[in-house]
Design a protein. Structure first.
Length: 145
């Protein structure tokens, strides 16, 4: 197993950050590295719910994704299990801090060799994902949907 961890302080309350996660239209806008887009097929945002989508790379490559929501605590935690390859669990934690939110992103990959070979890409992709989340939170609901 391999662990990836990153965090970012966002200038918004946990409820505002969570709103950008639970709304599939907003989530599709920011999920993934820079230049990637998403088409959601199934989005059952509840414990045990299924999330199926295709991530479209900037070069036109499609990446099918299938996940299950393991845990959802509003404005606090979202945990998913990626059920197609590569297998991993991802936890997003939202901690209130003086009117802002500390977003902690922890991924645990089953295949150590895959994860270590992809570590540089994955770490960069995670930072880009948080950049996109921060921009989406900044848009707010008034500009969303």
């Amino acid at each position: 197993m391999s662990l990836f961890r990153t965090s970012r302080q966002l200038p918004a309350l946990p409820e505002a950050v969570f709103a950008a996660i639970e709304d599939p239209v907003r989530l599709a806008r920011w999920w993934g590295p820079q230049g990637f887009t998403n088409t959601f097929h199934t989005f059952e945002f509840r414990k045990g719910g299924i999330w199926e989508f295709t991530m479209h790379g900037p070069d036109g490559t499609d990446y099918p994704n299938q996940s299950e929501f393991l845990e959802i605590v509003p404005a606090r935690t979202v945990r998913i299990k990626h059920v197609n390859l590569p297998h991993f669990e991802l936890s997003l934690s939202l901690e209130p801090q003086a009117g802002e939110t500390l977003v902690s992103w922890v991924g645990i990959f089953e295949n150590h060799e895959f994860a270590e070979n992809a570590r540089a890409f994955l770490e960069s992709a995670n930072e880009q994902n948080l950049d996109r989340l921060e921009a989406e939170v900044g848009r707010g609901e008034a500009h969303g949907g």
